[in-house]
Design a protein around this ligand. Structure first.
Ligand SMILES: Nc1ncnc2c1ncn2[C@@H]1O[C@H](COP(=O)(O)OP(=O)(O)OP(=O)(O)O)[C@@H](O)[C@H]1O
Length: 664
């Protein structure tokens, strides 16, 4: 089933996570927190306090790495900025504790924002290296700067007080930190399920597809990077209070490694895992502190890093999904066993041949087929007429230009993939874009949608020039596409994919997501996603992992995802490839119905017969050059097309055309 708990979505909006299991988990964690100070020894209490402190930056890092897929090796830098700012505000400026704490968090977030703006344009390993460099810069800066106390650091500020009670022992300090960790946990959990969180996961799966649905990936990454630094800064604030001296040690590389280990050990992408990882790594750290000098006499400090390194390597090799994966697999095994037990046929159903009620959705039930089965049953009536047609937007009157491409050219070194193409697409029509392999069709799509920048030429969508701009710009305005090479969001289910198509119609941002104030909006979008899947007979597979669908159905799902965006212009790149006969027919009917509803469609397709039957006009590319453009009949009989597209022998080509015509 979908990871959105639909029933909960209906009834719940607000701060608390909208999933019963999560609420129970948070409640259990709160009970454990309440009990620990009564039961733990003093050394365990010390470990517990540091675990809570480090759980905060670990949660932040888990959002950044697991959700946004950004590797950071410099989380300690923001932890240190939070700790130093807090200590300096308390000691040098004598501001009240809460103000100093807010100052620490804000300073960490501001630093992340300033650094993230240029740095988050980097990808993959480059970002990891840049954050590593940032960690070293902060460490050296605080060590060399008089203001930060050089190697001695900042000390001599007081302990926190709550209602006049000094928080001066580990038990009290543990309870002092706990509400912040619990709140941070709930906010982070809410975020992972929110519109923004799901967009981040989608970016992780396919940045191109997410951008093409209107996700501004760069802005979202900057926001999560800043948020992640806020968590680190808050951890730094508590660290400064607990340790009572902030020295350059706090910014050292091993702190970033520890945080990384917490997140990887707990399981990338799991906020719970990050919290569990914090406790385990703190225990491990204590263990290594005793173990390493026993193995290597006289070894201290840096040598401990070897232990962390070894554990990190072992986890990555043996347990790449971390603890989260272990728990998830164990839980799946338990629920499967339970389901198997309850699915055993009762004597009554066994006696009548086991023909119990098989629930089917209005459109989807495919008799005798597994939900993910290959294609539609050929015998099933392909008529889509009783399906609800997805809503389309019609910003310009039918026949008016919606897309104007002028002098569009793309060169790759000596290869001219697209050569000076000028085209106008009128609203409310289907235009076929055909041509032999390598003619430049996909390159054209990529330039129109912003996936690649043209070498020269302009692309006007709804009168606005969009060439060279990121895909989300066109997508926000109503230009959506599908891909020749499928771009599936494999971390979610089928309805989760189509839900992402609704991104441009949603409004909730990161803050609303964190505070759980978007449940209704999210639920409404998911309902629409279900309707669209039903209309394409994918209702039965809505809850399956998208990556488990057969190829043809993944392609249909991509079309559903694009339609969910309620586009004004839909660019379909070989949507029929890999579809069964009845799926093709269903898709063709849907496209006609959408066109009749006012949607403009540009269709790249190798199935020429389908294009000729569907399109109002056809453009033909050959070797990057637009060689013909007109109504299907004139294009079909254009000698240049016959020669270029179907072969050099005109008579043979005409015979093939005739055959295609008969087929259509
Ligand atoms: N990144 C690239 N670098 C170099 N050449 C490229 C690149 N992308 C495309 N090309 C070349 O540009 C030309 C057009 O490719 P494109 O994929 O747009 O054609 P197409 O009409 O979509 O082909 P097909 O129908 O086979 O998908 C081809 O010669 C291709 O090799």
């Amino acid at each position: 089933m979908s990871y959105l708990n639909k029933a909960a979505m209906r009834s719940k909006t607000g701060f608390w996570p909208n999933n019963r299991g999560t609420i129970l988990g948070v409640a259990a964690f709160a009970v454990i927190i309440a009990i620990i100070p009564f039961t733990a020894s003093s050394s365990m209490m010390n470990i517990a306090v540091f675990s809570m402190i480090f759980a905060l930056p670990a949660i932040g890092l888990s959002l950044l790495m697991g959700l946004a897929g950004q590797v950071s090796l410099g989380q300690a830098a923001f932890f240190a900025i939070g700790a130093y700012t807090h200590a300096i505000l308390l000691q040098k400026f004598e501001v009240p504790g809460p103000v100093a704490a807010v100052g620490g968090v804000v300073a960490a977030m501001l630093a992340a924002l300033l650094i993230g703006l240029p740095m988050l344009r980097l990808r993959g390993h480059y970002l990891a290296l840049a954050t590593l460099g940032l960690g070293f810069i902060v460490m050296i800066a605080v060590r060399e700067w008089e203001f930060t106390g050089r190697t001695t650091g900042i000390y001599g500020y007081g302990r926190p007080e709550v209602f006049g009670i000094p928080i001066d022992n580990n038990g009290l300090f543990f309870w002092f930190v706990a509400p912040f960790v619990l709140t941070g946990l709930v906010l982070a959990l809410n975020l992972t399920r929110s519109r923004a969180g799901r967009a981040l996961s989608a970016v992780n799966d396919s940045e191109l597809a997410a951008e093409s649905l209107g996700v501004n990936t760069y802005a979202l990454r900057v926001k999560v990077f800043t948020l992640s630094a806020g968590f680190a800064g808050l951890g730094g604030v508590f660290y400064a209070y607990q340790v009572q001296i902030v020295s350059p040690q706090v910014a050292e590389f091993h702190v970033s490694v520890e945080l990384l280990l917490m997140v990887v050990l707990g399981g990338l992408g799991s906020v719970w895992g990050a919290v569990a990882g914090a406790f385990i790594v703190e225990l491990l750290s204590e263990g290594l502190r005793d173990l390493i000098p026993a193995i290597i006499p006289g070894a201290t400090g840096e040598v401990q890093l070897i232990g962390y390194g070894l554990v990190l390597i072992l986890v990555i090799i043996l347990l790449p999904g971390g603890l989260y994966q272990v728990v998830k697999s164990a839980w799946a095994a338990i629920t499967r066993r339970r389901a198997d037990a309850s699915a055993k046929p009762s004597p009554a159903t066994a006696a009548d041949g086991g023909s119990g009620d098989v629930p089917t959705r209005a459109f989807g039930g495919l008799p005798g087929e597994s939900p993910a089965g290959e294609g539609l049953d050929e015998s099933t009536d392909a008529a889509a007429s009783d399906a609800r047609i997805p809503t389309v937007s019609t910003p310009v009157a039918a026949g008016e230009p919606i897309l104007e491409v002028s002098g569009l050219t793309k060169r790759y070194g000596g290869v001219v993939a697209v050569d000076d193409v000028t085209l106008t697409v009128p609203a409310g029509q289907i235009m076929g874009l055909i041509g032999p392999n390598g003619a430049g069709k996909t390159t054209c799509f990529n330039m129109i949608t912003g996936a690649i920048a043209p070498t020269s030429g302009t692309v006007r969508f709804l009168g606005e020039e969009i060439q060279g701009r990121k895909p989300h710009v066109g997508a926000e305005a109503g230009l959506t596409r599908t891909f020749q090479n499928l771009q599936v969001f494999s971390s979610t289910d089928v309805v989760g994919n189509v839900y992402m198509g609704r991104y441009r119609k949603g409004r909730a941002g990161i803050l609303r997501g964190m505070f759980g104030l978007q449940g209704r909006e999210q639920y409404a979008h998911e309902e629409i996603a279900h309707d669209i899947l039903d209309s394409m007979r994918l209702g039965d597979v809505a809850g399956l992992a998208a990556g488990d669908l057969p190829f043809g159905r993944q392609r249909m799902m991509e079309v559903c995802r694009a339609l969910a965006a309620e586009p004004a212009l839909l660019l379909l790149d070989e949507p029929m490839a890999g579809l069964s006969g009845s799926e093709r027919e269903l898709l063709a009917q849907l496209l006609r119905a959408l066109r009749d509803a006012g949607l403009t469609i540009v269709l790249v397709e190798h199935d020429v017969a389908q294009v000729m039957a569907l399109a109002d006009s056809v453009a033909v590319l050959d070797d990057g050059v637009l060689i013909a453009h007109g109504d299907p009949e004139s294009v079909r009989n254009d000698p240049a097309v016959i020669v270029a597209y179907l072969g050099t022998d005109v008579e043979e080509a005409e015979a093939e055309l005739k055959e295609l015509e008969d087929q259509s």
